[in-house]
Design a protein around this ligand. Structure first.
Ligand code: SF4
Ligand code: SF4
Length: 298
């Protein structure tokens, strides 16, 4: 068995044991990525697009990119016991995924290093490479019209983490080759703000609730667009037929409905005990309070 084959076997065993998606591909830049990202770059993506496409900028001599997809964690937020509620999307209501995904990749890297030497770098939402592009290239799923990676086996409720390696490893088979959205447009029709329009595949971040609920200041029109969304939005994923009701990863991906009254008056200590532990915590208490007040005044 070659070094590459042995490494691939360790990776595949790990993904089975840890119930995550895993794929690995060559590190040549992804074709067509600049088009999919479109002219509208979210302000959180601080680096220029072309700097986010080339693994060599992050690991000189990179030969492979490994991508994993880890299901969302269960909600840590207290359910409302009455009154008006705000929606916290399923990605954000559970334990902060950055540490969880990075921990898994570190564990896998250590297992690989016990057998073979290589250099690597782990990237989880670090603002560096475009994770979704690499997840598709590595074979985790296909590009949905909602601009989210859809796995034919698991759906789309998962977080992505990447490891760049200077060892050449590749999938033995294409994991999801040939599958696409076809004529479906359920996500486009389900989007409450028109952030997905036309034939999909391009997202207008300035209208997307995932972006708006994280934005520090909102104008009147943007406040109106929040509807009942306190943080994030799942509508285009819930509408997707690949997220089959009853399947394990979809069942895990529970959104939270929290009391707006509670959030609007939440103190630092309560924030630390609740939101700060989740993926909705990074933007801080003020943004959450602001959104809660915006909704309560309407
Ligand atoms: S997350 Fe919500 S607002 Fe954004 S594209 Fe999907 S449905 Fe539309
Ligand atoms: S809802 Fe339909 S069009 Fe949208 S991502 Fe899912 S399969 Fe594709």
């Amino acid at each position: 068995m070659t070094k590459a084959e042995e490494m691939l076997d360790i990776m595949l065993d790990f993904s089975k044991e840890r119930d995550c998606l895993l794929g690995v591909c060559g590190a040549e830049p992804v074709e067509g990525a600049a088009f999919r990202v479109g002219g509208r770059k979210p302000p959180f993506a601080s680096r220029p697009i072309d700097e986010r496409l080339d693994p060599q900028l992050y690991l000189k001599g990179a030969k492979s990119v490994l991508a994993i997809g880890v299901p969302f964690g269960e909600s840590l937020l207290p359910a409302s016991d009455g009154g008006r509620t705000g929606y916290v999307c399923s990605m954000a209501s559970g334990e902060d995924y950055h540490g969880r995904v990075k921990g898994m990749l570190t564990e896998l890297r250590d297992m690989l290093l016990e057998k073979h030497g290589f250099r690597s770098i782990i990237l989880v939402d670090s603002g560096a490479l475009l994770e979704k592009e690499w997840a598709v290239k590595a074979g985790l799923g296909f590009w949905g019209k909602n601009c989210i990676v859809v796995s034919p086996g698991k759906g789309s409720f998962f977080n992505i983490g990447l490891m760049l390696l200077d060892a050449a490893v590749k999938n033995r088979h294409a994991i999801s080759g040939g599958i696409s959205c076809g004529s479906c447009r359920r996500c486009i029709d389900a989007c409450p703000t028109g952030a997905l329009s036309g034939d999909g595949y391009i997202l207008d971040y300035s209208r997307c609730l995932s972006y708006l609920t994280q934005k520090k200041t909102l104008d009147e029109e943007e406040e109106e667009m929040l509807g009942g969304h306190l943080y994030g939005c799942d509508e285009c994923q819930r509408a997707c037929p690949w997220n089959k009701p009853g399947s394990t990863w979809v069942e895990k991906a529970k959104a939270a409905h929290v009391s707006l009254e509670w959030v609007s008056r939440m103190g630092e200590e309560e924030f630390e005990m609740t939101f700060k532990r989740t993926s909705a915590g990074w933007r801080g208490i003020e943004t959450l309070r602001r959104s809660a007040w915006s909704m309560l005044k309407r």
